[in-house]
Write a protein that binds this ligand. Structure first.
Ligand SMILES: Cc1cc2nc3c(=O)[nH]c(=O)nc-3n(C[C@H](O)[C@H](O)[C@H](O)COP(=O)(O)OP(=O)(O)OC[C@H]3O[C@@H](n4cnc5c(N)ncnc54)[C@H](O)[C@@H]3O)c2cc1C
Length: 174
């Protein structure tokens, strides 16, 4: 038997392994993606977790596509291969007593009213928390398409992401 050789071997066929494999293959590398389970997709695959309702299919864990970079969708021509996003909303948390929290992406008044049923204090704090989360996303978002910096390294931060992203970093001090 002839031994096979590969330029790149990726262990794990979750969505990151698949995207990585696709980019290797796109660059002309002979690529192998190894997946332990019978299907690929990892935590982003589709499953039918309710034995009584096999027709109800859901993503196992990843249920929103907010972190999917448009660059990857475009470069890998995912739409031509069936990638399609169905917008849903609002975020919904049901409780056994029949009540529910609904968080609307762009209707702060309704989100406030829904959360205030449980805690007026939390409802008041929501905009502040969302602003904090946006600040984190503004820093982490651009990192998705960069080679991660070495842990502890300060080199390259300013050049890559700009000082505004690291206002407290000594490396970004003038
Ligand atoms: C509860 C929950 C909710 C989430 N919700 C979201 C969301 O809404 N949106 C979002 O973007 N992200 C969400 N995430 C995060 C998202 O699921 C992960 O970031 C994503 O699945 C990571 O992808 P991955 O390919 O790196 O790893 P995984 O999806 O974990 O895939 C790893 C794959 O590697 C395989 N594998 C492992 N070891 C081996 C081995 N030795 N040999 C062969 N194969 C192996 C596994 O079987 C698996 O298929 C959520 C995560 C959790 C836990």
């Amino acid at each position: 038997m002839t031994p096979r050789s590969y330029d790149a071997i990726i262990v794990g066929g979750g969505h990151n392994g698949l995207v990585g494999g696709a980019y290797f293959a796109r660059a002309g590398a002979r690529t192998l993606v190894l997946e332990a389970r019978p299907s690929v997709g990892g935590a982003a695959d589709t499953s039918a977790p309710f034995p009584d309702h096999p027709d109800i299919k859901v993503t196992t864990y990843s249920y929103v596509m907010s972190l999917m970079p448009p660059t990857i969708i475009r470069e890998l021509k995912l739409k031509e291969f069936g990638y399609k996003v169905t917008p849903f909303g609002p975020y919904y948390q049901a409780y056994p007593d029949g009540r529910a929290i609904k968080v609307f992406a762009s209707d702060h008044a309704r989100s406030h009213a829904s959360i205030a049923q449980f805690s007026k204090k939390d409802a008041e704090k929501l905009p502040k928390w969302e602003a904090w989360l946006k600040g984190v996303a503004d820093i982490l978002g651009p990192l998705l398409l960069h080679v991660p910096p070495r842990l502890g390294s300060r080199a390259g931060r300013c050049a890559t992401w700009g000082c505004a992203a690291w206002p407290t970093s000594p490396a970004c001090s003038p």
